[in-house]
Ligand binder design. Structure first.
Ligand SMILES: Nc1ncnc2c1ncn2[C@@H]1O[C@H](COP(=O)(O)OP(=O)(O)OP(=O)(O)O)[C@@H](O)[C@H]1O
Length: 257
């Protein structure tokens, strides 16, 4: 069963040419899809279409074989946690109180979060080494700390699929590795993860499926080692680079030259 199926999706902003055309792809539990492509090509726009925040001009999206349009926001939030590139400032909530808002899709209108909800918060904080920040106000966090907290909130939401738009953009090297390892671990535990990144090495580290936007907007998906050739990556980013096979790592490494 497909957790997510993207069928012949096209989209353009008003009075603009199509950003993507007849884009198809699917994701099952335990799978990772890494989306790469140049700046401004339509990656975030695609994710917004998958979340029903933008209406595709053609094609369809199904979640667990149900049309996206048939799912209520609450049902969708139980299936998919989405962490956009720019998360609105949640104000002066503490990190714990912010994270527990991830439980909203499971609570009745007047219900307050209970012990089991706060246990999920503690688990997510521990998993991402954020426990020391639990009582800090979110609006005092650094950019990277806040990015980690938004990922933790997605875990608290306990979805089947996590969609992350550039989840490592603000992170130091160690934190980037932690997020890549988190994605690997989520897949091992049968979650599906769809994420965007500007670092081809993340795709090689994760393996699984890659979706690549070419500079002309064409989208292709396949296995990282097969799709991400040196030539394609040079074309994608309009720069010289090298792919080197590192036997010790058992994977390719992409270096700018
Ligand atoms: N609301 C909007 N109205 C019109 N054009 C938009 C709107 N939002 C984005 N765009 C344009 O659509 C194109 C795709 O934007 P999008 O944010 O999806 O790109 P991206 O691939 O995620 O880029 P980046 O890697 O830089 O984050 C860009 O040219 C952008 O300027």
């Amino acid at each position: 069963m497909n957790l997510l199926k993207i069928n012949q999706l096209s989209f353009h902003y008003p009075d603009q040419p199509n950003l993507f055309n007849h884009l198809s792809c699917s994701l099952q539990e335990g799978e990772i899809l890494t989306i790469l492509g140049p700046n401004g090509i339509g990656k975030s726009t695609l994710l917004k279409c998958l979340m029903g925040l933008l209406k595709p001009t053609a094609g369809s999206v199904t979640v667990n074989d149900q049309p996206l349009s048939k799912l209520s926001p609450r049902q969708l939030a139980q299936w998919i946690a989405y962490v956009p590139q720019h998360v609105p400032d949640p104000g002066s909530l503490t990190v714990s109180d912010y994270l527990v808002t991830g439980r909203t899709p499971y609570l009745e209108f007047t219900q307050t979060p209970g012990d089991s909800d706060y246990e999920l918060v503690q688990d997510a904080l521990a998993k991402l080494s954020l426990t020391a920040l639990k009582d800090q106000e979110v609006n005092t966090l650094s950019g990277g700390q806040f990015q980690m907290v938004t990922i933790a909130k997605a875990l608290v939401q306990s979805p089947k699929l996590i969609i992350l738009d550039e989840p490592t953009a603000a992170l130091d090297f160690g934190r980037q590795k932690q997020v890549i390892e988190l994605i690997q671990s989520l897949a091992k535990h049968h979650f599906a993860v769809l994420h965007t990144t500007h670092n081809p090495n993340h795709a090689f580290m994760l393996g699984h499926q890659v979706g690549l936007f070419s500079p002309d907007g064409h989208f292709e998906s396949g296995e990282a080692d097969q799709l991400l050739t040196e030539e394609r990556l040079k074309q994608t980013y309009g720069t010289d680079l090298k792919l080197i096979y590192e036997a010790e790592l058992g994977r390719y490494v992409c270096e700018l030259v």
